[in-house]
Design a protein around this ligand. Sequence first.
Ligand code: MN
Length: 283
Amino acid sequence: MTALKTDTPALRRVVAVMAGRPTSDGAGVKLTRVIGQPALPDLDPFLMLDEFRSDDARDYIAGFPDHPHRGFETVTYMLAGRMRHEDNKGHTGLLRPGSVQWMTAGRGIVHSEIPEQEDGLMWGFQLWVNLPAKDKMTAPRYQEIQPEEVPEAVTADGGRVRIVAGRFDGVAGPISGIATDPTYLDVALAAGGRFVHDLPDTHNAFVYVFEGGVEIGPDKVARGRIAVLSQGDRIEVAAPTGGRFIVVAGKPLGEPVAKYGPFVMNTADELRQAVEDFQAGRF
Ligand code: MN
């Protein structure tokens, strides 16, 4: 049997719209947890999405001192401000507005993420992307993308699309070799603008609005809200009054998730091993 293929793409609908939850992490950084909160514990392969946004240094200045990761990837996308990261392998880098760090923690790193400014706006996202079981103990890898290396495309009516990962309108983003085949787009639409994008039906996808508001089919999605999308071939987003949002999609892994803080493995035994390896200084 072969499935009948039609020319009409199936539009993705909004399954749920929800607000992020204010919380704090690291050494007291105030942030909004969008994925990884009780109302949305995960969205395979995405384990966490945080938005950090404050122009009060007390909300971010302490940063995220030394902490470990094993078994997944952390993706930091900066909109404003500067963040310095350093790891226990001697790797260091500076995240600037518009830059991206896609860190594959694999079998383990210990790093710090500390603001490199004492005032002004600090704004961006951190997304956690799971690794398949076969890659959880891979060697750590960094993809450090400078702002000018993130390509931009323009929609039919003049909207601006920054392509972090995946493709839009034939333009490929700079991130490569990620198991979950991710798409990560930053889309800015003027009032009356529309964004249309085809995605593999099997990927899980969401839209998170961080300026203005949008409409997806009959559903309104305001600033600070995530729209979890159904399966389908195509995403359509309208912005009657203008809006800016990220569109993120990835291939679900469908594997068991065993999670303890910054360790994400498949079984409780692997978690115990991760804690033991970290405490014994084997990261
Ligand atoms: Mn980290």
